[in-house]
Design a binder for this molecule. Sequence first.
Ligand SMILES: [Zn+2]
Length: 284
Amino acid sequence: MNRQGSMAESLVCLTFDFDAMSGMVAKGLKSPTAISRGEFGAVAVDRILPLLEVNDIPTSWFIPGTVIKTYPDQCRRIVDGGHEVGNHGWTHVPPTDLTPEQEDEGLERANQALFEISGKATRGYRSTSWDLSPVTVDLLIKHGFLYDSSMMGHDCLPYYARRDDIVSDDEPFAFGPVTSLIEMPVSWSLSDFAHFEYLRLPNSVAPGLANAGHVLDNWIRDFEYMQRTEPGGILTFTLHPFVIGRGHRMMMLEGLITALRERGARFATMEDAALAFRDRANVG
Ligand SMILES: [Zn+2]
């Protein structure tokens, strides 16, 4: 592919966070009903994979280590479908709630579980709850990751992550040095969870349950705007099987794939999109 061609191409990464019940457990929701809500994610995996296969779409799946061990057959089918699998911690407890030692050990354990199902070293990481600890970037570099996908510094262009920012309450923000870790940015507005999932916690209620057609319209507009303003951009959608797997949302996902294809999108794994960004950055 020549440089001009690759620069003009608009990429879309469909990413799936296969959390099953791990997200509920991390929130302290451990009743049989809460667990069953996560369990539906395993049902949905077997709805999503055929849709991706029929449309010949490579995608990226971020799976906590505990979920790999709970659902090895589903995870193997994800790998057999040609999809990338990435690190989503050992449990779903966010890095901000772990000690550096716990975070390091969790990354290592999850990498081992991913290697057992994929036979490959994992190159991508997405933090649970999209919340990095002060040491996450350094740990990811130590473990040889190519990219992280948890931050929100752009809507459609990757960038290199920083370490050691200095955040003061009453002084200007001080940017730390840029690292070699590629950041593949995400957004709550491009996540199914924030739009659709009703969640009642002791001190809050997330209403969710949005009209899928309205969300589809937003997501198509985001792609069109990227095409207009950032040729060569990468739009990343974050989907959760237990959320997107409901009937009207699966039909919305079908509609999204069709609409983006009609507009010239190329679907890629996050790893391939990160490598395309790195190649372009090196050439540029
Ligand atoms: Zn998750």
